[in-house]
Every structure is written in C-alpha cells, then in structure tokens.
Write a protein that binds this ligand. Structure first.
Ligand code: 13P
Length: 252
C-alpha cells in the first residue's frame, strides 16, 4: 500500500531560533497526535537547519527533506549542496523541480532529471514537482504540460529507480494564492499522472507511487482534497510554518 505523505516545504522562511522553536513544537505535538499508521510526516527546512531538524527524525513517521540539490556530483560549484552531502547527513527526501525553482532559477526538465539521478544514486527519495501555470490551465493545456514534465524529468529511470520517487502536483496558480484546485481538479490530474506511470512502468509501480497535492492546502480544505483516491497527501507551503495547522493537515 502506498504511503500517505504530508510534507512541509518551509521555503526561505524562519531564523534559526524560530526554526528550532517550530520543530520543537511540532515534535511535542506530534507525540500526542494520532496519525494514521500509514502516514509519514516530512519537514523540508532550509539547508542550514537540516541537521537540527534531522536530530528529531526517527526513521518511522517523521523524516527530513531538503528543498533543493545540485545536479553535479562534487567539485567547484560554489554555493551548491550535493546529494552526497545530504546522504552523509542522513537526509531522506529532497524536493526537485518546484515551480519557484523552475520560474526564478531556470530549472528545466533536463536539470530535474540530473538532480533526480544524483538523489537516487545517493539513496535519497526525490519529491518531484509538476504543475501548470494559470495561462496553461485556461488554455486547457495542463495535461500536456504535466505529461512533458513527468516524461522528460523522470521517464529515463528504470522501474526499480522510479519506485523511490514521490510526485507532487502543484498547480502554479494555486501556490501561495489562496486559490486551491477543487478536489475534482486535483483528482483528475492525479489520476492522469498515475495513468502515465502505469503506461510506462505498469500497474504495480503506478499503484505504489505516492502523488501529493500542493497549492494553498490548509486545515480547512485538506480533508476534502485527501479524500480523493489518487491524492496521497500534500506538499504544504504556508500552512507548514505553523505547527497546529501543519498537524491538522497531517491528521486529515
Ligand atoms: P502554499 O501551501 O503556500 O500554497 O505553497 C505550496 C507549495 O509551493 C509547496 O511546495
């Protein structure tokens, strides 16, 4: 049975002390929260806070992820962080191809593919983001856009490699805007993605792939979104910065 995952993408927020407080509060409250045993909570803080956060990771229901990784192995790449470094810190997950990286830092599907390769080589699980911008949805091109992102970013992998990948569908028009995809829109795209995976790797791999929804997911709408059969959890931005909101989503 595929995992339900609720992952918090903190993006570029919080000072060290604020981050420390948030993780502490989260852990304290997690202990008294009844999570479905098939649910995994992942927190993705900025790089400088990974070690502090991973001190809390227990490899069962709370894991830590990075928000980005270099597409190169090692060497003269000033400012970059490699998958080998993350592996050596026992980080479990890493977000790749977030729409903010695609829009502001020129992350193409080819770069996403190389980053995914680096992560898998170093035993991290990639959380690969895909999703269309508003103009593409209005032009009914969302399926073509997502198909290209998934095909070019991931379909060079073997079935074995692909089974370590988590997908996050994040319609760009829903990120940080307060506009959430309707449960039907989310389900429709998630089913489309699962079908693409089935065509490429077969039904078993497709059925075992966790596909998360992201974009203005909040305590008030999480239950409705997660009730869809192909929505296996969420990648949460703003609401992951408040322990109560994040946990309310995780229990949804
Ligand atoms: P918001 O939840 O703030 O819309 O952000 C979603 C996101 O980009 C998670 O990666």
């Amino acid at each position: 049975m595929r995992k339900h995952i609720v992952a918090g993408n903190w993006k570029m927020n919080k000072t060290f002390n604020e981050a420390d407080d948030l993780v502490n509060e989260l852990m304290e409250k997690l202990e008294s929260t009844e999570l479905d045993p098939n649910t995994l909570v992942v927190v993705c803080p900025p790089f400088p806070y990974l070690e502090m956060t991973s001190d809390y990771s227990d490899d069962s229901y709370f894991m830590v992820g990075a928000q980005n990784v270099s597409d190169q192995e090692s060497g003269a790449y000033t400012g970059e962080v490699s998958a080998a470094m993350l592996e050596s810190m026992e980080i479990d997950y890493c977000i790749v191809g977030h729409s903010e990286r695609r829009a502001y830092y020129g992350e193409t599907d080819e770069i996403v593919a190389r980053k995914v390769d680096q992560l898998l080589k170093h035993n991290l699980r990639p959380i690969v983001c895909c999703g269309e911008v508003l103009e593409e949805r209005e032009g009914n091109r969302q399926f073509d856009v997502v198909k290209k992102q998934i095909t070019d970013g991931l379909f060079h992998l073997s079935a074995d490699e692909f089974s370590n990948v988590v997908i996050a569908y994040e319609p760009v028009w829903a990120i940080g805007t307060g506009k959430t995809a309707t449960p039907d829109q989310a389900q429709e795209m998630h089913a489309f993605i699962r079908n693409l995976i089935a065509e490429k790797y077969g039904d078993e791999v497709a059925e075992n792939t966790s596909i998360l929804y992201g974009g203005s997911c909040k305590p008030g709408n999480a239950k409705e979104l997660f009730a869809n059969k192909d929505v296996d959890g969420g990648l949460i931005g703003g609401a992951s910065l408040k322990a109560d909101d994040f946990l309310a989503i995780a229990t949804a």
